[in-house]
Structure formats: C-alpha cells, structure tokens
Design a protein around this ligand. Sequence first.
Ligand code: SAM
Length: 470
Amino acid sequence: MTAKVPESTADGAICVLNPAFLWLRHDEESVGFFQTSLQSVPVRRFSRRETEILDCLATGMVQNEIVEKLDITPSELAKFLESLNFWGKDVVRWRHPAGSQAAMHQKRLRQAARLRDMATAMTATVDANDIFHKTRLTEGNRQFDQIETTISHMFREPHIALDNRSYGEAFCDWLVANGRLKSPCRVIEIGCGLGFFANAIMDRLQMRYPDLYEGLSYTLFDLSPELQSAQKSNCGGHVEKTHFVSGNIESHDFGDQQFDLVLSNEVIADLNVATVSLDNVQRGSPQTDAETVVHRYRLNCVPITQGNKKMAVINFGAIKMLENIAKCLAKNGYAVVTEYGTRKRSPKAVKLTNHYEYTIHFGQLEQVSQHLGFQSDHGTMGDVIGFSANCETIHMKTLRTLSTCLIPYLGREALPVLAYTPASLEAALGDIIARIGNLRFLRLDDRASFSPFRFELLSLSSGSANTRIA
Ligand SMILES: C[S@@+](CC[C@H](N)C(=O)[O-])C[C@H]1O[C@@H](n2cnc3c(N)ncnc32)[C@H](O)[C@@H]1O
C-alpha cells in the first residue's frame, strides 16, 4: 500500500526512506532506482536540489531540520515526498511516535497482514512444492541470488562475522567440536540448493580434519533436477565422497539405509503445510492424516476461528520429514534442522516471486521430536553457529536494488549476492560507492536485518535406544 504523506506531522511522524530506494549522484542530477521483491520499476531522475533533500533524509534528518537546512517550505518538502511515490510503492514510510493513533493504526495493519498470510497458508495445495521444484525451478543461480536467498548463500564466502570462515565452514567446525561428526560418518543433506554448503563442509573436513574426511560419505538428497545438476558440478572436487539421490523428503522411502548425521539447512519452509480442524482433533476423531498427526503428537496449535469452526495450520511436511529422519537415523546419530521461524507462532505464507514458503512453528517440531524419542536442543542459528551479532551487513533490500538495477545500469560486471559489510562493499565497488545514496547496513542482531538470529536451529540426537515410529 502506498504511504500517504501525512497532512500534518504534528504527532512528530518521521519520514523514513525505504532501503530498496537508491540513487546515483551525477554532477547536475541523480538517477533513482527502486526494486521490490516482486517487480522491477523504471528509473527516475532527480534534480540537484531534490538530491540534496534525499541526501538529508538518508542521514536520518527529520522534516523540520531539512526545511531549515535547505531553506524550503514544509509544503514544498511534502510535495516532493509525495512525488516519490511515483513508483506506486512504499518508497517513503512514516514512523509515528509509540502510542499515537497513527502508530496504533499501523500496528493493526501489521496484524491484519499477519492474519491474511495465515489465511493464505490455509489455501496451500499439496502438490505445489513438488510441481515447483520438479518443473518450474529452471535457473538455479538466479533462484538463490534474487528470489530465495538463504543465509548460507549470503555467507558462502569467508566472512568477518564468522571469523573469516564461510557459513558451511563454521557449521562444519561446530559439528566437529560438538562430536556430531565422527569417523566413519554417513552424512545425508536434505535439500542442498546449489551445493555450496555441502562443498564447504567437505572442503573443510579435507583441509582441517583429514581423518574425518577419510571416513566420510556424503549424500545430497534433493527434489529439484535443476539444483541437483548444480550440486554435482559445485561438489565436483569430492566425487569419491558424494552420492546424489532425487526424491521428496516428505514421502521418500530410505528402506534399510541408515545415516549417522542428517542435515537440513533452510529447507523445511519449502515443505507442505496442512489445515486441520481442531474440533475433529478435540473430539478424538481426526479425519485426515494431518489431523491424525496433531492428535498423535498432541500438538499445541494456534487456533484460527472461522465462523463457529476452530482450525489451525501445521508444518505437515516438516513433521513428515522428522518422521522420515527417525526411520533412517542410525543409533547415536544426530540431525540438525535450521529454518526461519519462531517457537510458538502459527505458520504463515511468505510470497516469493515464483512460489510460496511457510514460516515454521518450531515448538511443534520439538513436540514431535520428543514423541519420536529424540533428545532435542535448540537455539538461534546465529548463537549456535557463532555469528558476531554486532557485525553490520548490507540491508537485503538495498542489495537487491544494487545488484539488479544500479550495477546493470552502470554496465558493470554483476555484483555477487553476498552479505557485504561497508568495507567489503567498498572493496567490491571502488570509488563509485561514494556516489550512491541511501546504502543501508544493519547489525546482524537488528530485527530488520536478514539475520541468522531470526533463524532457529533444532538439534536432535537419537541416543542408543531404538525409538522408531512404525
Ligand atoms: C531454500 S533451498 C535451501 C538450499 C540450501 N540448503 C541452502 O541453505 O542454501 C531448499 C532446498 O530444498 C530442496 N527441497 C525443497 N523441497 C524438497 C522436498 N520436498 N524434498 C527434498 N528436497 C526439497 C530444494 O530443491 C532446495 O535445494
């Protein structure tokens, strides 16, 4: 929804620019760019005077200060801010003081959006994930650079936030330090993307822990033929260690195959969700497989009232994956599952350009894990893997506009999509960086950041008992 410029800023509303909005200064004018996750928009030119206003806004100056500094009238400023919504998008936002009517209205809008996303999750179809990954995902690199960028993709190069290790390398060190990767070790990774994570783990073992590498067998399991071919190529240095299996983790039958370590990094948001009737469950008469699961594991669900019915959405695919892990995990084995989510909120839909994903209710996954006989442990991915919280990295929206609009406009070589710090972006772009307005960086523990501290890491151990479901 387009943000209207308030007629009066008497409540102290502060104008904030969208981090997806950048401009490139030339001598007499500047060129503006804005990119949303769903569409590209045309460029717009700003006069030198307008650029001065933008530069003031980018430093966090409030309207009164700008009016004074640039000697313009409040209505001229308001008119210019209104004109920024030329793109029909949320280029300008208003932050109202806590407790003001406008702030409460914004809060209600956010709650309504959350309810809408929960309702969208209720309309999910069971074969959407399968169809998308088997037939519609045709450009692997673009998928991860521009559409479903993962933490592991952003941190695939050594990064200062991880003591100059890549995410895969830091993850590997954590597995080894915590005794989860021993020799011999049969590893299976479920949902491997472009294969960078697997390759980083294998490279790290080969370089740092050769005894563990010696006893390693690494299976890459995936639903997408396109991604599996990228995995084969990106893990080409480890042909003797790798096996590739195609399948859907929600239904794949591993037969007698056993693994000592199961990894699933940022995958389960792709898996199916299901809507259940809590009335059926509470009556003790589940009617569907998903309702049976809620009943069997006595899941704490977040009720959604529809008329006089009580419904709920569950991460059914993720639960089926845990059941599958319980069948193929060897005694004294471990499984590690990471994803974006919370411990108790209902799954909701997240719309990406070419498919939907669903946030994870990790509290339910822990309940399931306990019923399956696992010992479980959890934390945020940031804390467990050891990201430094105060490291500043580029705002995801800023990066998208930079890499998909501004860099191509300059005719420069593509900018790899990475978690740039101010220093590493300057190293990548050189002097041009001083001409770009509104470059935004956030600390990794900032709630607005695309942050590993907003992802959960669930760690399961099977122990020595045989605790398998039928
Ligand atoms: C968001 S990507 C994550 C990739 C990688 N692990 C990373 O961290 O960048 C999800 C991966 O899971 C795979 N995937 C999605 N649904 C799956 C399913 N039902 N069974 C097996 N793999 C699946 C996708 O093809 C993709 O490789």
